[in-house]
Design a protein around this ligand. Structure first.
Ligand code: 4AD
Ligand code: MG
Length: 465
């Protein structure tokens, strides 16, 4: 029977049982006594398993002695206790089948030595064979399951919101256009503008920047919902925190205010940190050893402490009086830069912080105006080392106030008619947030560049692989 290596390490098979593992060679070492040691990796867990291959195998000279890093094999043999330190099991091989050799070991980009993370990015199709990308992938998988489990246990319905949309959720104009029009021969209206009526959907359409507006419609019917899918931003940001294509988790809760959304964000983060600490301890140990020595302690601290809540106005005072020289000056009304967010989270509090009640002029049109008339019921969760990982708000539930904001921000009323309907027919206070999934993975693993925590990163000027 074929088995994943993780099942062997999880004691699924007793000593003495015959197993077959499929995987890729990490290393081969030959002893003078005429046996070879193969380290085989299949991605099911952090560690490779060792197979001990005797030289009397029929294909020992022809195949086994030609194995190099990256070759694919099936190895069958008896499971025995490993005399070597660190390993509990090894396979006493009775058969080694080679599926594919590495044609030219000198050109194989993933040799057994340690490569820089930048180098790996240039070989995105082969980098999943490395320890670090394997560990990132398993942690990412664990986090995504934990998110679904968290909401499922709480009775939320997962809604699949559309990728193609006609409305700009954030109103920031950072959308990729979706069109089947012939770019070299665009149809024009009489006024000389592009005639999108002739386009596939009969109107201008884009890749969504957020599923929130659609999620709101379902929250205003099913009460508690979330969407979790890819989102797209054509912002020309060349930073370690921005992708042009990233995944977002967006819960939306009805009969709820900003404080409810903030509590939900805190509970969700703690739940998924716990999951990763218990379910991916092997990978987290690797991150703590190789990438960021705080990787585990940071999460442990988070699950046991209460997140600090602070108003934007107070944060501005702190930043102005802290004596630190920032690249960008701060005064009430400015959008916080990552250096400010990080100062608050890393230096001032030393833990994640939930910043609330931002000036309305730097936030999206749908956020609920506070009684002061100047701020909106918005929140950002700022994490040490990274800055904003969550952005959310209470939504404006009054049609009158919403329309005023749409007009003030010069958005097209017609695009939002369906969204405005929610305020006409049984409107209710509701709130939600968006968690940037890659920022979460980056935070959890300590892997600094967001391009390294998604399989095939998309950023300005780069959409290879
Ligand atoms: O703050 P943002 O723009 O909020 C929204 O889109 C709301 N509609 C969410 C909601 O309330 N349902 O984005 C939310 C999060 C950010 O906090 C950040 O973590 C992440 O999405 N994010 C990005 N992640 C990677 N690359 C980018 N270019 C990102 N832009 C935002
Ligand atoms: Mg934001």
């Amino acid at each position: 029977s074929k088995t994943a290596i993780v099942e062997i390490f999880n004691d699924k098979f007793p000593i003495g049982e015959t197993v077959t593992v499929n995987g890729w060679i990490r290393t081969r070492r030959d002893s003078k006594a005429g046996i070879s040691f193969l380290a085989i990796y299949d991605g099911s867990c952090f560690d490779p398993i060792q197979a001990v291959v005797p030289s009397d195998l029929e294909n020992y000279a022809s195949d086994v002695l030609n194995l190099t890093a990256g070759c694919s094999v099936s190895v069958t043999g008896e499971l025995v206790e490993s005399p070597g330190k660190g390993q509990s099991f090894e396979i006493q091989a009775t058969n080694v089948q080679v599926h594919g050799f590495v044609q030219d070991p000198d050109t194989y980009p993933m040799s057994a030595k340690r490569h820089s993370i930048e180098y790996l990015r240039e070989h995105a199709h082969l980098r999943p064979r490395t320890n670090i990308i394997g560990a990132v992938t398993r942690v990412r998988n664990c986090l995504s399951h934990a998110i679904h489990n968290f909401f499922y246990e709480k009775g939320f319905n997962w809604i699949s919101t559309p990728i193609i949309t006609g409305s700009d959720c954030e109103g920031a104009g950072e959308m990729f256009r979706v069109s089947t029009l012939d770019l070299e021969n665009l149809p024009k209206t009489e006024a000389g503008k592009v005639d999108y009526k002739q386009d596939f959907f009969g109107k201008e359409t884009f890749m969504t920047v957020s599923g929130q507006l659609n999620a709101e419609t379902y929250a205003c019917a099913l009460s508690n919902v979330y969407t979790f899918g890819p989102t797209f931003r054509a912002e020309n940001s060349h930073t370690t925190r921005h992708l042009a294509e990233f995944w977002m988790v967006e819960p939306e809760i009805a009969f709820a205010d900003l404080a409810d959304a903030a509590q939900l964000a805190e509970d969700m983060l703690k739940y998924v940190f716990n999951a990763v600490l218990t379910e991916r301890a092997d990978d987290m140990a690797f991150f703590a050893q190789r990438v960021d020595k705080e990787a585990i302690t940071r999460l442990e601290k988070m699950v046991s402490s209460e997140f600090v809540r602070m108003d934007y106005t107070e944060a501005i005072e702190i930043l102005q009086n802290c004596g630190k020289k920032f690249e960008y000056d701060v005064e009430w009304g400015v959008d916080l830069q990552s250096e400010h967010e990080r100062y608050l989270a890393e230096v001032h509090v030393g833990a994640p912080i939930i910043l609330q009640n931002y000036p309305k002029d730097i936030k999206a049109f749908y956020m609920k105006l506070n009684e002061d008339g100047k701020t909106v019921a918005a929140m950002d969760v700022l994490a040490p080392g990274i800055g904003e990982i969550i952005g959310g708000s209470q939504r404006e539930e009054s049609l009158e106030a919403l329309d005023k904001r749409i007009a003030e921000m010069d958005l097209n009323m017609d695009d939002y008619s369906w969204y405005r309907d929610l305020r006409k027919y049984g409107t209710v206070p509701h709130a939600g947030f968006g968690l940037g999934f890659e920022r979460l993975v980056s935070y959890v693993t300590g892997v600094q560049n967001i391009r390294d925590v998604i399989a095939f990163p998309r950023s300005p000027g780069s959409a290879d692989f």
